[in-house]
Design a protein around this ligand. Sequence first.
Ligand code: FES
Length: 127
Amino acid sequence: MFEYSDELMRHFHDPHNVGDFDENDSRVGTGVVGSPACGDVLKIQILVDNNVITDAKFKAYGCCSVIASGSVATDELIGKTLDQALGILNTEIAALLDLPKIKVHCSMIAEKAIKAAVEDYQEKSKR
Ligand code: FES
């Protein structure tokens, strides 16, 4: 058996930055990633102004670790440049939450959703 950390439980019970932005807004990047292993899904969105992420939101369908990962990932994103956001690794998210080893894949979904959101924004801004 494993135990969840107090920090993880805090983010699970009172997640930060839950919500949506309009996907069609040119300032918004959206990343939606599902886990083939468990079927859970995480959506992360970023609001970008002049290459800086001024706000971030998430929605999750899944376990408490993926909800907590979405919460800390969006906290981490706010105030970062797009390049800095691409440098956020799942290991950092897992460390912030002290994720049990068996739950590390939940933080991988968050890393992938961050990258997908940044790429979506970059694609949109080329148009
Ligand atoms: Fe699937 Fe956590 S068990 S994301």
